[in-house]
Design a binder for this molecule. Structure first.
Ligand code: NAD
Length: 362
């Protein structure tokens, strides 16, 4: 029977990479019935909102979605649709595997990391007060009255809520993921020396959860600044990185850089009921519609979706096909080309076609 799934093409380079992933998923022979839904600025004229209710209803019904990136205006304008979707569906665990495929352009020889990022809290909670508003003035006065700390009157303030509930469920997810996927170690990443209450709580709860897995999964702790330095120097010493929301976002791009760039870094947003699969990268608007960018990150997000649906053989074949095309290095996009490579890069569609042809041989 066909799997019913929601497909969100997104904007910028989204429609091109989403189409590439759809083509590759279908080439595995697994049947899909797609429900296609628009989100982001393009959805506003028709639905009056960038995150239309029919889209959310479709994901709730189908349980899985494949999503292209969606643009968020920087500094002003509407709030992130991507963050809104994670909140609306309570997709609390963001899982981003970063595996080094032979043939990518990188200074590293070995890295196989998985970021498990809390996906609903922290500075991403969207609780913010703008400079000069009555709310921010009230908050500044409240803080002064309670603790005596002075915040400058021309400040804007973003709150960083981290709860025991939110931390416990994502920490459990990280350890269960380790057991299910034969992983040896979870490293919890915080700045608990400075943010003693919010990051301190994340660390305390992670330690409690780790105790229940003692003897089965190793556990260690790192401060985020030191982690970044160690990742750059010796990425192979790490396995699963368990992080609060913001550090996870930043560390994901760092790890993507280690394994060959954003073009090869997939991801999944998982809740108890639903799952949305999407690349780590954004909508790269400057490349939109140019048949230029690497489709692999979204195709590998499709591999994660196949595994989630229990289609592990098809997932293995698709991942092998991607790895084969990267390793061969002939029909790959610009980001996978070394400077002195005499063979010119191909476009998004041509690389997708190379992957499709290889799937058929496996
Ligand atoms: P970006 O990830 O879109 O792009 C940064 C750069 O990375 C690009 O200029 C390009 O050089 C490279 N890159 C990205 N994807 C690539 C690919 N598939 N192949 C080859 N190279 C690739 O980051 P940005 O420019 O900071 O953000 C652009 C927009 O995307 C913003 O509006 C941001 O909010 C949004 N965004 C969305 C998501 C999401 O939908 N989940 C995630 C991150 C950023």
């Amino acid at each position: 029977m066909a799997h019913r799934a929601t497909l969100i093409p997104g904007d910028g380079i989204g429609p091109e990479v989403a189409q590439a992933a759809r083509t590759c998923l279908e080439a595995t022979g697994v049947a899909f019935e797609w429900e296609i839904h628009e989100a982001g600025e393009g959805a506003i004229p028709k639905f009056g909102t960038p995150l239309p209710e029919p889209l959310l209803a479709s994901i709730r019904r189908n349980k899985v979605a494949l999503k292209g990136p969606i643009t968020t205006p920087i500094g002003t304008g509407m709030r992130s649709v991507n963050v809104g979707l994670r909140h609306a569906l309570d997709l609390y665990a963001c899982v981003r595997p970063c595996r080094l495929y032979p043939g990518v352009v990188t200074s590293y020889r070995q890295a196989d990391l998985v970021i498990v990022r809390e996906n609903t809290e922290d500075l991403y909670a969207g609780v913010e007060y703008d400079r000069g508003t009555p709310e921010v003035q009230e908050l500044i006065a409240w803080v002064k009255a309670r603790g005596g700390k002075t915040i400058r009157p021309d400040s804007a303030i973003s709150l960083k809520p981290i709860s025991e509930t939110g931390t416990r469920r994502v920490a459990r997810y990280a350890f269960e993921y380790a057991l299910a996927n034969g992983r040896r170690k979870v490293t919890v990443v915080t700045k608990a020396n400075i943010m003693k209450f919010s990051d301190g709580l994340f660390l305390k709860v992670a330690r409690e959860v780790a105790a229940a897995y003692q003897g089965r999964v190793e556990f260690e702790e790192r401060l985020v600044d030191n982690l970044c330095m160690q990742l750059v120097q010796r990425p192979h010493q790490f396995d699963i990185l368990l992080t609060p929301n913001l550090y996870g976002d930043i560390v994901s791009d760092l790890c993507a850089g280690i394994v060959g760039g954003l073009g090869v870094a997939p991801g999944a947003n998982l809740g108890d009921e639903t799952a949305v699969f999407e690349a780590t990268h954004g909508s790269a608007p400057k490349y939109a519609g140019q048949n230029k960018v690497n489709p692999v990150a979204t195709i590998l997000s499709g591999v994660l979706m196949l595994r989630h649906l229990g289609e592990s053989k098809a997932a293995d074949r698709l991942e092998q096909a991607v790895a084969g095309v990267i390793q061969e290095g002939r029909r790959v996009t610009y980001d996978l080309k070394k400077k002195d490579d005499p063979v010119p890069p191909v476009g998004t569609r041509e690389m997708t076609q190379a992957i499709v042809e290889r799937i058929k041989t496996l």
